[in-house]
Design a binder for this molecule. Sequence first.
Ligand code: HEM
Length: 454
Amino acid sequence: MTTPIPQPPARFLLGNVNEIDPDRFLQSLQRLEKLYGSIYKLDILGNRIVVISSQEIVNMACDESKFDKKIGLALVELRAVSGDGLFTAHTSEPNWKLAHNILIPAFGPQAIRNMFPEMMDILSQLILRWERFVGEEIDICDNFTRLTLDTIALCSFNYRFNSFYREKMHSFVDSMVNVLIESGKRVQRLALQQMLMIGTNRRFNDDIAVLHGLCDEIVKQRREHPNDVNDLLNRMINGKDSVTGYQLSDENIRYQMITFLVAGHETTSGLLSFAFYYLLKNPNALQKAQFEVDQYDEITIDTLSKLKYIDAVLKETLRLQSTAILFALQSKNDKTILPGGYEISKDDTILVLLSQLHRDPKIWDRPEEFLPERMLNGGFENLPENAWKPFGNGQRSCIGRPFAMQESLLAVAMILKHFYIDLVDPSYDLRIKQNLTIKPDGFKIKVRSRQHVK
Ligand code: HEM
């Protein structure tokens, strides 16, 4: 006997489209979870979506012998810009395996350690800027977006967006944001409706051309003027699959470059923004984090692994606010039964809703509270399997995780070493802004210099 999966009442043709507010996608899914529980299904224009969020069910769905990443509707749309790059490729596409094999060492521990000077280079620009704005209002999310975009571009292909030297961000960023927003909206349109939106479609294609154009130009320049810079681009140009000897094509390198920029900057800037929000709302945690950095005269690559408390702050922040809000899976078999007797078929898109998984009351004591201590002293290592998944699952999990964690640890440590931080509006409570990822909305800070502190 199977158990029916709860579903809101569906409308003719449209199904449950009206249950989802595209501007408040996360909140829509959370609202439905409150109404229907840790598993429910939606019919979106004929596609069956199953949203899951208890650790027990997610744990089974993360079994890679039974489930694989699904390139769901949103990622299908994104393929217009990032093709068969790692993030949007089907696991079965040859270029996924090839790029995975070539890029895994490029994101390995030593390779990421070697990127420390570039990370510090861009971070120093943020610190210098904040020194100039002592006592003034700082839009922290905007600053972190500049930081993470410039860092990933410098480390990936030795390119400088110089975001800290401009009032407005580079036009590449506008095109990238437009493409992300439009891809999200496309998911909810009927094919005919989309076809008739001639102006919107033209703008979408123009924006994609801007993104491809810049990446293609960088690859061309590198091919014409090879160098021995230790960046991801050189690894992609020179890397070979150790088994087949195959190399990446220029087209695929372009898709990977866009993937790193898209997947790698908003997620990390959101993490940093939320981390500072929670630190400011929890003065005890802020004091502990600042005390930890004050133990070291200088923050070097070797200091980072010693910053256990700040590492716990980041992990706890990702629990409460996973900046990539979900990931999608599909069953490898025609039918699979999930715990509770819920039947899933191969065509279903299974969405793992991270905010609710990370608040499963069976796993987390006082789930709504920010308690970095729970991630310390073996707390993180002893979590039940698949209870904490902000970086996705298995072989399709985030290749950039070590990069993001090193960059974030360094940024939190250096900022706390240089500044005391206050909220501009002490009564500010978290509001969420989202497109592909989430970040705090309207979150402003003021800094005071700590330069007299050693
Ligand atoms: C995949 C989250 C930073 C590159 C993923 C996935 C998640 C995720 C959840 C799985 C997506 C899915 O299953 O559809 C995050 C978070 C980050 C972060 C929360 C920061 C806090 C980065 C950075 C990079 C990056 C810095 C690049 C340098 C990628 C790529 C994939 C991926 C290429 C696809 C991997 C594959 O399928 O082979 N990330 N990410 N991410 N991420 Fe990240």
